[in-house]
Design a protein around this ligand. Sequence first.
Ligand SMILES: NC(=O)C1=CN([C@@H]2O[C@H](COP(=O)(O)OP(=O)(O)OC[C@H]3O[C@@H](n4cnc5c(N)ncnc54)[C@H](OP(=O)(O)O)[C@@H]3O)[C@@H](O)[C@H]2O)C=CC1
Ligand SMILES: O=C(O)C1=N[C@H](C(=O)O)C[C@H](O)C1
Length: 269
Amino acid sequence: MTTPIKIAVHGAAGRMGRRVVALASEDTSLKIVAAIDHQSNPHLGEDAGVVAGFAPIGVELLSQWPEEVDVVIDFSLPEAIDRCIEECVEATTPLVVATTGLSDEQKAKLDAASKLIPVVCAPSMSLAVNLTMKLAEQVAETLDDVIGGLDVEIIERHHRFKTDAPSGTALKFGELIGKKLGPNTRHVHGREGHTGERTRSEIGYHAVRVGDNPGEHSIVFGMIGEKIELNVAASNRDCYASGAICAAKWLVGRPKGMYNMFDVLGLDS
Ligand SMILES: NC(=O)C1=CN([C@@H]2O[C@H](COP(=O)(O)OP(=O)(O)OC[C@H]3O[C@@H](n4cnc5c(N)ncnc54)[C@H](OP(=O)(O)O)[C@@H]3O)[C@@H](O)[C@H]2O)C=CC1
Ligand SMILES: O=C(O)C1=N[C@H](C(=O)O)C[C@H](O)C1
């Protein structure tokens, strides 16, 4: 039997962290050795499995970083990411970053870290979302010069507790589509008032916040006379948690560098 991969979950008491703890604790190729959260989290000191709504796993939820881990999975908040990067660089631990809403400075810090450690960073760990991104690239490339012009609008729906908008995934869809449409693409967030006619060169973003929606994205490619709409929706959070676990397993033993879910899923060839 091979030795289990030792993982630490950062943001372990959050909505996503709990699902990562729950799924990883059922995976015999993994051993959760640390569950890290904010120093004032009310669950600190409790068993992370119990916090996740599961059986005890013998790992306390702590705010301290552990000594020895093979890989860290991070689903936290932008305000928590700097320390996470610093701890991983210091210990040369591979890092999977799923947190969205990072500042440009934080993205640069993560890039710098990837010169020293292997990093997977992706706004969505979901297989279906990443496949849909590939489809969206294909549609944009094909319709770029369509007669009458192409209008791209991205609508995302998430739970009312989400703190960043638009979603990291919506922004990634826009970035990938924008690359296919050319350098004049403008990214427009919402519409209000006397906006004038829509220009051809814009991608519109619309962020809907409702109830407990775990994440839904619609990419509309509108033309004169017809439209294509790509829809991808999560039924629950396990698509993201299992994607992150898959990324963590893939990352262990890789050379330092910046990777994404296309690399993990083999979608870039
Ligand atoms: N890439 C992907 O596939 C996905 C990405 N996400 C992203 O993951 C992130 C987390 O989402 P979600 O789980 O819903 O959010 P939650 O707010 O439920 O979870 C975040 C957790 O991080 C904790 N935290 C806050 N500050 C710190 C800190 N300084 N150190 C350690 N932990 C800290 C929070 O603790 P406390 O409550 O005490 O502040 C909380 O437990 C978001 O950015 C979201 O957009 C979400 C789903 C999928
Ligand atoms: O906060 C969430 O819930 C999600 N956030 C990610 C994002 O911002 O794209 C991914 C997923 O859609 C769920």
